[in-house]
Design a protein around this ligand. Structure first.
Ligand code: NAP
Length: 246
């Protein structure tokens, strides 16, 4: 039987890299997207290839339509019809109250987290409908329901939009045999916190998490893998919170 062909955006680091490693272990051929860190992409791809599946890396800014089209064109040309999409590439901008946020940071968060997810979902919907179905997992955030006051309400709002996109698109695409779900991570130990200006954040906030610790990227990858798998064949429109109880 042909292996699933899955695109993971932001597959070079953090949750995306862990998802690529997990999906490779589960027998997916992979297209690993990244925006700038070529070295991290190469290392993540090496881990995937070591599992004995195929892997293509593509530099593509998901907020750019032409890049998204090239990402999907490369996937189908090199690996065959795309059966899975993990919409994972996301940014927060610096931690700040909205009153102090810069317009360019607000715009970038919405361009990557919302427009980027829409562009990837749109192309996946077209391709998967034409090839008989597939599954999409959107990586959202517990911030969508917490609101993240004082940190990044704009980011939280972009993730609430991800949840709405997931629910609406699942209903739109059910008849095409395409399942659409989301995973909502809580606080996960990745580079993202250093990038937003607070590397110690996950450890410092452990006490506010019912399970008493930040999550590991592999714990999100496991949920993504299940939602893509035949075991989730009757699951669509779900927003699966994986947040240690937060
Ligand atoms: P991360 O460690 O900062 O990694 C971000 C990944 O996204 C990198 O692979 C990066 O590529 C890629 N990326 C960023 N902007 C991109 C763009 N415009 N186009 C394509 N790729 C882009 O982040 P993470 O913590 O793994 O987060 C992954 C997802 O989980 C995000 O959607 C995030 O919102 C969500 N999430 C994270 C947490 C958390 O606590 N970490 C919690 C809830 C939700 P390069 O390597 O090339 O820079």
């Amino acid at each position: 039987m042909a292996r699933p062909v899955t695109i993971v955006t932001g597959g070079s680091r953090g949750i995306g890299a862990a998802t690529c490693a997990r999906l490779a272990a589960d027998g997916h051929d992979l297209v690993l997207g990244y925006v700038s860190n070529e070295r991290a992409a190469r290392e993540a791809a090496e881990a995937v290839l070591a599992a004995g599946v195929r892997c293509v890396t593509v530099r593509a800014d998901t907020s750019q339509e032409a890049d998204v089209e090239r990402l999907f064109d490369t996937a189908s040309a090199e690996l065959g019809p795309v059966t899975g999409l993990v919409n994972n590439a996301g940014v927060t901008g610096p931690l700040t109250r909205l009153a102090d946020a810069r317009t360019e940071d607000l715009r970038r968060v919405l361009d990557v987290n919302l427009l980027g997810y829409l562009l990837c979902c749109r192309r996946a919907a077209r391709d998967m409908a034409a090839s008989g179905g597939g599954a999409i997992v959107n990586v959202s955030s517990a911030a969508a329901t917490l609101g993240s006051p004082g940190d990044y309400v704009h980011y939280a709002a972009s993730k609430a939009a991800t949840d709405t996109l997931t629910i609406g698109l699942s209903k739109e695409l059910g008849q095409d045999g395409i399942r659409v779900n989301a995973v909502s991570p809580g606080l996960i130990d990745t580079d993202m916190h250093a990038t937003m200006g607070d590397p110690g954040r996950p450890a410092r906030m452990a006490d506010s998490i019912p399970l008493g610790r930040p999550g590991r990227a592999s714990e999100i990858a496991a949920a993504v893998s299940w939602l893509l798998s035949p075991d989730a064949s009757y699951t669509t429109g779900a927003v699966l919170r994986v947040s240690g109880g937060r």
